[in-house]
Design a protein around this ligand. Sequence first.
Ligand code: CAA
Length: 249
Amino acid sequence: MSNHNKTVLVTGGMGGLGESICTKLADLGYQVVTTYSPGSTKAVAWLSEMKDKGYNFHAYALDVGNTEECAAVITKIQQEVAPIDVLVNNAGITRDMTFKKMSKVDWDAVLNTNLNSVFNMCKPIVDGMVDRGWGRVINVSSVNGQKGAFGQTNYAAAKAGMHGFTKSLALEVARKGVTVNTISPGYIGTKMVTAIPQDILDSKILPQIPVGRLGKPEEVAGLIVYLASDEAAFVTGANIAINGGQHMQ
Ligand code: CAA
């Protein structure tokens, strides 16, 4: 199956990491569909900026935490564009604060967007992959789901939960040509990380990264390209770290 016949859906494709994932996959010939948060004001400008660079992405407003909306928008995408061959669950948010300060609202927001979204997106897509005998699900988790992080009880719980889902679904679809994997990026130079107070980044985080720098979005996108490929057919249920040596298992 050549990439030119494949359609990939990347949630949160207009963010720092998402944009890199979309452009790298498009460069390799995939037809790319992305989703963005319904409240986002930058979609039109982003699409036109990408068009100027030669990328014709399909984009749909979607709250990935809303089960019914996901089912409806995915049906629309599969009718208007094509069935989804590769799903990259990349959309995510942080609401960092110590547990002492965390409200149920902050907990629910992060669990819903970062973990329930994986159910919401896989549910209307995976059966089709199984029926067609080929598919890739790539869940973008985090080093902090593996090791925990100060101020991230909500985020770390959601990201750790993602990998439990990965392993279980991978078992269920392993004989059907569908792989399900997690990747766990460390601190990548995106808005999510640069929003961390500089003193905390300099004193607590950067010193823990043996490679001595933040990761680059294109480095993470390169790993996703591999997992999406035919060559990665024997990799399933894995949690692949990409963190500059910050956490080794
Ligand atoms: N490890 C150990 N101690 C830490 C710490 C850390 N990572 N971060 C903060 N502390 C300490 C502070 O030094 C401070 O100690 P003292 O009271 O002795 O001075 C104490 O905890 C309180 O810290 P703050 O003053 O910063 O407390 P705050 O309530 O204003 O903020 C916070 C708390 C929002 C959690 C803030 O510390 C913060 O933003 N930390 C970074 C959290 C983080 O790493 N987020 C990752 C975002 S990127 C991402 O999530 C992508 C990914 O997947 C990797």
